[in-house]
Design a protein around this ligand. Structure first.
Ligand SMILES: Cc1ncc(COP(=O)(O)O)c(C=O)c1O
Length: 384
């Protein structure tokens, strides 16, 4: 597959996950709502997945709703809870994925006031600034655990405790964090948490929303009573089995793999920053261990087009991204880079490299030279 450095967009499914899903597809093909034995077996397998997922995230009492992925989990969280509450102020991180930002925009059309939280140049929310914003009329908060574009990890434990103390429900989009850093809801009192299996070598087409005990939300779709009435439709048992197996494998490897990838990333970053024209963006310390984000500049210091760099690298067999994969089809500047103080041109000069278990130092060795040789061939980034 050449050099694949786009783990934040998607990861190849783990071979053990594929094997578990093939077995599950053959064994638990029946409809889990059916009352006969094959149906009951499928339903039991699904319930085991629900329980295991909650336990893997330190949340044995949480309700698990399986969804089609992170986007649906985010929409179900924000719209499902927002429509149950009296409209008020919704505090939002400015680094959110469009799945959260656009769900919030929909709540705004329904009468909510959406306020973007201030972040520092590293993208972090300062708990001291955040606390006072929880006063009325704030009724809901959504903060991504880790930024897809610039890799920043938020101080979730402190932010979540402040929300809990203020009695304001907190949603966290943890799509980029789950499987990459420890996510323990026993220690971090998030009320709603979204995740997506294809970011940690699970199957595409499944994610989950975890809900704290006692939290009630509205469904977005209507139909049968599956997933506790919150996500009707015949459940994809084999996908749920794949999700849970992938996460279990990931978390088992994380104590070794997190530091190994972090060290690989640091060595790569050091070599990249030695190239004139390359600059790091986002947090240095508090960031996803497998994530590296750069701003590209010419020798004269002019920001260069990140999307052109992605295409040029792709022609040489290197897969990277110019930001969030879901927005790279559009030429608008990155909202996350703008939020940390970049100019419009700089916000179009971003390059994201994200590593996975298939990466080692040898695989990365040619990259700094290749990138350096490409810089003079790239057009300037649009400054408008
Ligand atoms: C932070 C974040 N949230 C949500 C999503 C959407 O997840 P999915 O592709 O599973 O719908 C992504 C995908 O890149 C993401 O990075």
């Amino acid at each position: 597959m050449g050099l694949y450095l786009d783990a934040c967009a998607a990861t190849p499914p783990h071979p053990q996950v594929l094997a578990a899903m093939a077995e599950a597809q053959a064994r638990f093909w029946a409809n889990p709502s059916s009352l006969h034995t094959p149906g009951v077996e499928a339903a039991e397998a699904l319930e085991r997945c629900r329980q295991e997922l909650a336990e893997l995230l330190g949340a044995p009492g949480h309700r698990v709703v399986f969804t089609s992925g992170g986007t649906e989990a985010d929409n179900l969280a924000l719209l499902g809870l927002g429509r149950r509450l009296k409209p008020g102020r919704l505090l939002l991180s400015p680094l959110e994925h469009p799945a959260v930002a656009q769900a919030a925009a929909q709540l705004q059309r329904e009468g909510w006031q959406v306020v973007l939280l201030p972040v520092g140049p590293d993208g972090r929310i300062d708990p001291t600034d955040f606390g006072p914003l929880l006063a009325p009329p704030t009724r809901l908060v959504s903060i991504g655990w880790a930024s897809s574009e610039i890799g920043t990890l938020q101080p979730m434990a402190e932010l979540a405790r402040l929300c809990r103390d203020a009695g304001v429900p907190l949603h966290s989009d943890a799509v980029q964090a789950v499987g990459q850093v420890p996510v323990d809801l026993g220690a971090v009192p998030v009320n709603l948490l979204s995740l997506s299996a294809h970011k940690f070598q699970g199957p595409r087409g499944i994610g989950a929303l975890l809900l704290a005990p006692g939290l009630e939300i509205e469904p977005l779709q209507h139909g049968g009573g599956q997933e506790g009435g919150l996500r009707p439709g015949t459940e994809a048992v084999a996908l749920a089995i794949g999700l849970v197996r992938a996460l279990a494998l990931r978390l088992e490897a994380l104590p070794r793999e997190g530091p190994r990838l972090g060290a690989c990333r640091d060595r790569l970053l050091e070599r990249l920053l030695a190239c004139p024209g390359l600059r790091g963006s986002g947090a240095q310390g508090q960031r996803l261990p497998h994530h590296l984000s750069l701003l590209l500049r010419s020798a004269a210091g002019v920001p260069l087009c990140g999307r052109s760099a992605v295409r040029a690298l792709a022609r040489r067999g290197v897969a990277v991204s110019s930001g969030s994969a879901c927005s790279s089809g559009r030429s608008s500047p990155s909202a996350s880079l703008l939020a940390i103080g970049c100019t419009a041109a700089e916000a179009r000069s971003g390059l994201r490299l994200s590593l996975g278990p298939w990466i080692d130092d040898d695989a990365l060795a040619p990259l700094p030279g290749l990138l350096e040789s490409l810089l003079p061939t790239l057009p300037a980034a649009d400054p408008s």
